[in-house]
Design a protein around this ligand. Structure first.
Ligand SMILES: CCCC(=O)SCCNC(=O)CCNC(=O)[C@H](O)C(C)(C)COP(=O)(O)OP(=O)(O)OC[C@H]1O[C@@H](n2cnc3c(N)ncnc32)[C@H](O)[C@@H]1OP(=O)(O)O
Length: 289
């Protein structure tokens, strides 16, 4: 029982393996795109359900989840990308699972299938070689709160709130959210946040370390601009370098030390003596400016 609880079924989440040939991943990097690609999985309008499914909440939720997976696959194929911002619509980041759809998914098997699908999608998202930011405007509830933890960073507006409401629903965060939150804020804080179903306003969220920054504005457009400026400081530079950094940080987090070190060597070999490296050496950059 303990082992089953701690070790997810192997088919649910792909294992992170060392990239066989990292060079192939940065092939199209000359485009130097600094574009951020918003992903909009909000329950309240970010990803619109297919019109054929209107009136059937369970099917509409399934369509939205498939759309989320499709966006992740698009991002996996975005070879010159460096960063992205995930935001919602209509001033709600994401209010989680569709409560109407959940009524039609009442068996334990339904819950596990949903959980495996979302664990898989969000793990693939988390492993993208892109620096990701969750821009939390308004509320991030339930599965929406879990989604924020799949991003590298979380920015909140003054009026936003994160809440893992799962306990109140008689469940636990199981879209990978418990594992990721523990990694972000540690097990003691995670236990408090989940068992208290705490409302995390920006001040509390910053204090416990789930939020990285509180933005100035709660306005939808202005806070997006602030988030873009915030992200820019981490993604300026050649895509192959930024993507390589994200790749080695992911492997450092997920792999055993030997494998992580091997990944660092492999990834370095794609950069050392490459254009960005040679250019920097030629310029004789000084870092004490
Ligand atoms: C399996 C993973 C775990 C989960 O994700 S379980 C779901 C957890 N999420 C929730 O419990 C959120 C429940 N919703 C709320 O607390 C509030 O609606 C929320 C998000 C704070 C927004 O509050 P307000 O700004 O006052 O807006 P409101 O309540 O009037 O909502 C606007 C319309 O949206 C609907 N809505 C919001 N969240 C929903 C949801 N998760 N599933 C289904 N419908 C949802 C809400 O019913 C309302 O619809 P309508 O306009 O009355 O037709």
């Amino acid at each position: 029982m303990a082992e089953r609880a701690l070790v997810p079924p192997s088919e649910s989440v792909p294992r992170l393996t060392r990239p066989p040939s990292p060079a192939a991943d940065v092939g199209a990097s000359a485009a130097l795109s600094e574009k951020q690609s918003p992903l909009l999985p909000s329950q309240q309008g970010g990803v619109q359900p297919d019109h054929q499914n209107e009136g059937n909440p369970a099917t509409s939720q399934g369509v939205m989840m498939l759309q989320l997976l499709e966006r992740v696959i698009e991002l996996e194929n975005w070879k010159e990308g460096k960063g992205l911002i995930v935001c919602g619509a209509k001033n709600t980041f994401c209010s989680g699972s569709d409560l109407n759809a959940v009524k039609g998914l009442g068996t334990s098997q339904d819950g596990v299938e949903l959980c495996m699908f979302m664990q898989n999608t969000l793990t693939r998202f988390m492993r993208l070689p892109l620096i990701s930011v969750a821009l939390i405007q308004g509320r991030a509830m339930g599965g929406g709160a879990e989604l924020t933890t799949a991003c590298n960073f979380r920015l909140m507006t003054p009026s936003s709130e994160i809440r893992f409401v799962h306990k109140e629903m008689g469940i636990i965060p199981s879209w990978g959210g418990t594992a990721r939150l523990t990694e972000i804020i540690g097990s003691r804080q995670t236990l408090k946040v989940l068992s208290g179903a705490l409302k995390l306003d920006p001040t509390v969220a910053l204090k416990i370390g789930i939020a990285d920054e509180i933005l100035q504005s709660s306005d939808e457009d202005q806070s997006l601009q602030e988030a873009q400026r915030w992200l820019q400081q981490f993604i300026s530079g050649p895509p192959e370098v930024i993507r390589a950094l994200k790749t080695v940080v992911s492997s450092g987090k997920e792999l055993a030390l030997e494998e992580a070190l091997e990944t660092e060597r492999d990834v370095l070999s794609t950069l050392w003596g490459g254009p960005a490296n040679l250019q920097a050496i030629a310029k004789q950059i000084k870092f004490n400016k």
